[in-house]
Design a protein around this ligand. Structure first.
Ligand SMILES: Cc1ncc(COP(=O)(O)O)c(C=O)c1O
Length: 397
């Protein structure tokens, strides 16, 4: 199977981890040799309820027996999508009320950028250095990492980059700016949290200049940071909120939410302002609805902050220079990329899944399912500490 994987399935790195999956359940993924791996990554923050969650599975199975795709986005009344968007509205502050469902995060970013241009009649977009918003052309245009986009230029024109958390840079936001797009917590950059009321200051500057604020919560959203949405920590409500990943409960999804007034602009001048065949797909919406219900109706969100404390307590080690992030979106900062690499690869050998961050080679991500238990946290952190001890011993010889 691995040979065919390498020969027929397109790869984007020369050395994929290439673990051959048999099945997954709870916080564990099993390979075809029956080896169990404790999952500290959750499909890169996309499986908040772990694997094979009974309520999500039941919702998918029930929908499977009713209907799958019946019509392109937004024409027919399909209960799973309606209930999902309604539940999102219930948990979002005014004026965030109307949601457009897409097939992926990057596609929701495209929709959000288009909506901002349509609403303001302006073309300038401001994004942050080391931002990651997806890999389609528009989303890649607002990615703040030149090395990874150089080969694909020309991209969207009229984009300016500012430094995240840098207040003087906010002067670049003017009445020519259609929107500012930021991750609430920068992911690929190394789980950088906003400091010093930064997001509130961005919000204020956007209000002054008639600029729309887009917050990308594709990774921090849906409970991961200890609030349902990350912006709730920072007292800053965006004009357009973009979600995805964990919202789907293991199936592909993206979503952007705005006020009804703003969103309705996509109906007019031009009509069909953003269209898709599969967005709001009933099976995926059913999975997302069950996921969102479970996250909002259980005690998983407050527990996330307790679990963060446990990780921080257990992961005190000479080689861990810092633990960045919030809730169960944590990044271990190691002294070098080599050590980060060794930790990820050796963990896999020892039955623990860890992973890298896009633009910060010294970081290792810990983004487990929100459902992870204390025992599992202790087990995984013990593996990490032992590996780091071994690395330290090797260094001393
Ligand atoms: C912050 C952020 N924005 C956008 C995306 C793109 O989402 P997708 O991979 O579903 O297109 C991601 C995915 O990693 C992300 O973390």
């Amino acid at each position: 199977m691995k040979e065919s994987f390498l020969k027929y399935q397109a790869q984007t790195t020369p050395h994929p981890l290439a673990m051959e999956i048999s099945h997954a359940d709870g916080s564990y993924i099993y390979d075809t040799n029956k080896k169990a791996y404790l999952d500290f990554v959750a499909g890169v923050s996309a499986c908040p309820l772990g694997h094979n969650h009974p309520k999500v599975k039941a919702a998918i199975q029930a929908q499977l027996n009713k209907y799958l795709h019946v019509m392109v986005y937004g024409e027919y009344v399909q209960k799973p999508a309606v209930e999902l968007t309604k539940l999102l509205a219930k948990h979002l502050p005014y004026p965030l009320e109307k949601t457009y469902l897409t097939n992926s995060g990057t596609e929701a970013i495209e929709g959000a950028l288009k909506l901002a241009k349509r609403a303001t009649g302006r073309s300038e977009i401001i994004a942050a250095n080391k931002a990651y918003h997806g890999n389609t052309m528009g989303a890649m245009s607002v990615m703040g990492y030149e090395e990874r986009k150089q080969a694909f230029r020309p991209l969207l024109p009229d984009i300016k980059f500012i430094e995240f958390n840098n207040e003087p840079d906010l002067n670049y936001i003017t009445n020519k700016t259609a929107c500012v797009i930021l991750e609430t917590i920068q992911g690929g950059a190394g789980f950088i949290v906003p400091s010093n009321n930064y997001l509130q200051k961005v919000r204020l500057k956007c209000n002054e200049t008639g600029t729309l604020l887009i917050l990308d919560e594709i990774q921090p959203g849906v409970g991961r940071t200890g609030k349902l949405f990350g912006f709730e920590h920072y007292n800053c409500i965006p004009d357009i909120l973009v979600t995805g990943k964990g919202l789907g409960g293991g199936l592909p999804i993206g979503a952007f939410t705005a006020s009804g007034e703003l969103m309705d602009l996509l109906q007019d001048n031009p009509k069909l302002g953003h269209i898709t065949t599969f967005g709001g797909h009933p099976l995926i919406a059913a999975s997302a609805l069950a996921t969102l219900q479970e996250i909002t109706e259980s005690n998983l969100i407050p527990k996330t902050l307790e679990k963060e404390k446990l990780f921080r307590k257990l992961l005190k080690h000479q080689l861990i220079q810092d633990i960045r992030g919030k809730g169960l979106m944590l990044a271990l900062m190691l002294p070098s990329a080599e050590i980060a690499n060794e930790l990820v690869l050796e963990s896999q050998n020892q039955g623990l899944i860890l992973f890298w961050l896009l633009f910060e080679p010294k970081a290792v991500r810990i983004t487990p399912p929100l459902t992870i238990s204390e025992e599992e946290i202790i087990k995984g952190c013990t593996i990490i500490s032992n590996i780091l001890d071994d690395i330290l011993t090797k260094q001393q010889h």
